[in-house]
Design a protein around this ligand. Structure first.
Ligand code: TYD
Ligand code: MG
Length: 468
């Protein structure tokens, strides 16, 4: 009897194994293995010759002839010709606009504004060709209601409710649109893939199909993906590798500020961000984000400290809040939102060692206001100030910013993009800014506004002594 040619693979990370496994040795996921039936390849020609080993078949292939290869110097291509999405903030995060033939993944929590932004972009995109919006999630009536709300008129957007990829491929090949929005990838499925819609296997196959379409037709295709509770898109690792650009929505669903971050971009800078405000008429670009963030900020309360971070090309003032309370559990709670939890633990350990504060019996809650994710290490000093402020129940000085990375020995380390940060601080009329001592020479070279006093500190203890 012929042996069935099957392998098993992890639906979360793609790891393959010859037998079924309960736990994936690569990503540690449980119960993620599915069977994959391998279609045997047609044998070509003579087969492996003696001494050629497994290369035998390949060496006979016609496709390996030299004429089938290109020489880099002879490849003629125009520089990426972008077309605008009609929304400046969105163009910036895309690296200049949509690149024809590119595949873009837009991820985020449900209800954060993905469909809203993409409908706006479809309506305002500066392109003459047709635009196709695949509404896999909502009915055309729902999309129409949203477009009315966004006051979109005469956009000419084509809608499709088809969810089978093979049929969509035919529609797209005939229509030859310039822009396709697939909202969402989780609702589409391929007839040729055995599993149910939304499974990582399906998502991978459908995305691969879109990738081929995008490259073949030169169409920009945007895939919308929901993020699972753990913060990952379903099947994320597979998708992130396949697409050209990955954009993630950040922000708190219940506040109006939304941040779109480019975590991968083959055509532009990564880590660029766009800031929007969700309003009556959809997502509006925020001209002055720091001011918007500062507006709701409480004045002079314990447990709050401000820092200025650099997101992409723009500086941004953020508020870090800390709440410390004596625990009633055997091991205290440590929660951090918007900052890396391990970094918070490390800085608390350092604080405990370098000062006389006892933090081991304290429940600690840390939050970056507005739901932003602040990965900039320059926030370290502000975090320590917020924790100390909550612990001592004393507010930090008014109109003060903290900027400095903290090392394991308590030294304050240099931060990048100093002039951008200082410019933002003086634009917003801050009076004091704590900076690393090593930045002194650079600051002296800058022409600083007179209202801003720079306080240079070399050690955590020194900064806290000045502050409290
Ligand atoms: P939506 O774009 O449907 O989110 P997603 O596609 O990411 O799931 O956004 C839905 C939310 O946005 C919903 O809570 C209503 C709100 N919203 C506005 O506040 N103003 C508007 O003009 C629109 C269209 C939506
Ligand atoms: Mg949606």
């Amino acid at each position: 009897m012929a042996k069935k040619n099957t392998t098993y693979y992890c639906t979360a990370c793609g790891y393959e194994s010859s037998g079924w496994l309960g736990k994936c040795p690569s990503c540690g996921g449980w119960n993620t293995f599915e069977e994959k039936i391998n279609i045997p390849k047609a044998k070509s020609g003579s087969g492996a010759g003696v001494g050629q080993g497994w290369l035998g078949d390949l060496l006979d292939e016609d496709s390996a002839k030299e004429e089938s290869l290109l020489t880099l110097d002879n490849v003629h291509g125009e520089a990426a010709s972008y077309f605008s999405s009609g929304i400046n903030e969105f163009d910036r995060v895309l690296g200049g606009g949509f690149v024809p033939g590119s595949l873009v993944l837009v991820g985020g929590d449900p209800g954060i504004g993905k469909s809203t932004l993409l409908l706006q972009a479809s309506a305002h995109a500066k392109t003459t060709g047709p635009i196709l919006y695949i509404c896999g999630e909502e009915s055309p009536q729902q999309v129409k209601l949203r477009s009315d709300r966004l006051q979109i008129k005469d956009s000419g957007i084509k809608l499709s409710t088809e969810v089978v990829f093979e049929k969509l491929a035919v529609i797209i090949s005939k229509l030859k649109p310039r822009l396709v929005v697939a909202d969402s990838i989780q609702t589409l499925y391929s007839d040729q893939t055995g599993s149910a819609p939304g499974t990582p296997n399906q998502i991978r196959d459908v995305a691969a199909g879109f990738l081929r379409l995008a490259k073949k037709l030169g169409t920009t295709i945007i895939l919308v993906g929901h993020v699972t509770k753990t913060g990952n898109l379903a099947g994320p690792r597979i998708l992130e590798h396949m697409v050209d650009t990955v954009l993630y929505f950040e922000g708190d669903k219940y506040s109006s500020l939304r941040l779109v971050r480019a975590v991968k971009n083959r055509f532009g800078p990564t880590n660029e961000v766009a800031l929007f405000e969700m309003g009556e008429r959809g997502l509006m670009p925020v001209e002055n984000p720091s001011e918007a963030l500062l507006e709701s900020m409480p004045q002079q309360v314990p447990g709050s400290a401000l820092s200025v971070i650099v997101e992409g090309t723009r500086p941004l003032v953020i508020e870090i809040q800390a709440l410390l309370n004596t625990t009633s559990y055997p091991s205290p709670l440590r929660m951090a939102q918007g900052l890396d939890r391990n970094r918070v633990s490390m800085l608390m350990a350092l604080l405990e060692k370098q000062t006389n504060m006892t933090l081991t019996n304290m429940d600690t809650f840390i939050n970056v206001v507005s739901g932003l994710q602040a990965d900039d290490p320059a926030t370290d000093l502000a975090l320590l100030a917020a924790i100390t402020s909550s612990y001592k129940n004393l507010p930090v000085r008014a109109k003060t910013l903290f900027c400095g990375e903290v090392g394991l020995t308590g030294e304050i380390r240099p931060v990048s993009r100093l002039s951008d940060r200082l410019k933002e601080a003086s634009n917003l009329n801050f009076e004091y800014i704590f900076l690393p001592g090593s930045a002194k020479r650079e600051v002296q070279k800058l022409d600083l506004a007179s209202g801003l006093e720079v306080i240079f500190v070399d050690q955590v203890q020194e900064a806290l002594d000045i502050c409290f």
